[in-house]
Design a protein around this ligand. Structure first.
Ligand SMILES: [Zn+2]
Length: 328
């Protein structure tokens, strides 16, 4: 089976594949979980295919078969050695060598690099040189959740292609096929949690995020009512992915700021309606902004950090959160 992009990317797909000439480097961006990597892989397949039909890789030629077997000599996938780690300069040196080689199958050469924001400074600088001197018939496909974190000079040398988030109906339909055990209500909850990105919603389902979230909301209420201490709550969250916890607090904070300006909270936070409504009335604007700064700074400091004292961090986060109600 040829690899195809998701239906909600069909329009971008036909624009892109319909171009008489392709750019040497593309930067695919969009929300986490909208299917960017699948898009890039499908586009790589299209570029490598010897006889694409109807703007798709055929799935039958030698090139397609080699790619499906994972042994195409003219396709290079670049990613961090471990998830969450950096893409190092060695990997980019390998990429540069690959670009300099002649195509072994006599067609195009394609590199898919994901996530592009994981390149460290040296890696990005090394890549820059090959972006400045592109090789004929060689295509570099960068994929990123955070284009703003890339070097501006790298960004400006790629053709930017934003991949859209599907409409709710399409996203729910896909999620229904991916996880048929979910009820319509659960699908909607997960999709809200995922900011509308269906693959992210499916990943949240994998970790049982709906159930985890219900427990977290209860614990936050218990904390604010002095029924549980910050350290007790932190301990009870030992198995919950840190990224999820921080994301939820970020989202609640954003809603508090919104509520204070008279806007409505995000639908995903309906389970926190009462708490957020109360806090919005009782927390002053200045401490709230300071708390948001604290949270964002700690978000980037903690995520992916190997030797983090997680319980201690969560406890201090919860104390800061609770303090909000006392700073007036
Ligand atoms: Zn083919």
């Amino acid at each position: 089976m040829p690899e195809v992009a998701f239906p909600w990317h069909a329009e971008v797909w036909s624009q892109l594949t319909g171009q008489p000439q392709h750019a040497h480097a593309y930067l695919f961006s969009g929300l986490p979980g909208v299917g960017k990597r699948r898009f890039a892989n499908a586009f790589a397949a299209f570029l490598l295919c010897e006889q694409p039909a109807q703007a798709m890789a055929c799935g039958r030629c030698r090139s397609c078969l080699l790619r499906e077997a994972g042994t195409h000599p003219d396709l290079l996938l670049v990613a961090p050695e471990e998830e969450g780690k950096a893409i190092r300069v060695d990997a980019i040196r390998h990429l540069v060598d690959f670009m300099g080689q002649t195509s072994q199958q006599g067609g195009s050469k394609v590199i898919v690099l994901h996530p592009a924001e994981a390149m460290n400074q040296n890696a990005a600088n090394a890549l820059l040189k090959s972006l400045e001197e592109p090789t004929a018939n060689t295509y570099l496909l960068l994929v990123t959740d955070h284009p703003g974190r890339l070097l501006a000079t790298v960004r400006s040398r790629c053709r930017a292609q934003k991949l859209p988030t599907p409409g709710q109906e399409a996203a729910l339909a896909w999620l229904g096929e991916a996880a048929p055990e979910l009820s319509a209500e659960q699908r909607l909850t997960l999709l809200h949690m995922a900011g509308g990105a269906p693959l992210r919603a499916a990943a949240l389902h994998e970790v049982d995020a709906v159930q985890l979230r219900a427990g977290v909301v209860e614990a936050v209420k218990a904390l604010l009512k002095d029924k549980q201490s910050a350290s007790q709550v932190a301990e009870s969250w030992a198995k919950i992915p840190l990224e999820l916890l921080i994301d939820w607090f970020c989202s609640w904070t954003l809603d508090l700021l919104k509520l204070q300006t008279g806007a409505v909270a995000h639908a995903a936070n309906a389970d926190m309606d009462v708490v957020l409504g109360y806090m919005a009335r009782h927390v002053a604007a200045q401490p709230l902004m300071e708390w948001q700064d604290w949270l964002l700074a700690h978000r980037s400091m903690t995520l992916g950090k190997a030797n983090l004292n997680r319980a201690l961090f969560l406890e201090s986060m919860l104390l800061e959160w609770k303090q909000l109600l006392k700073k007036r």
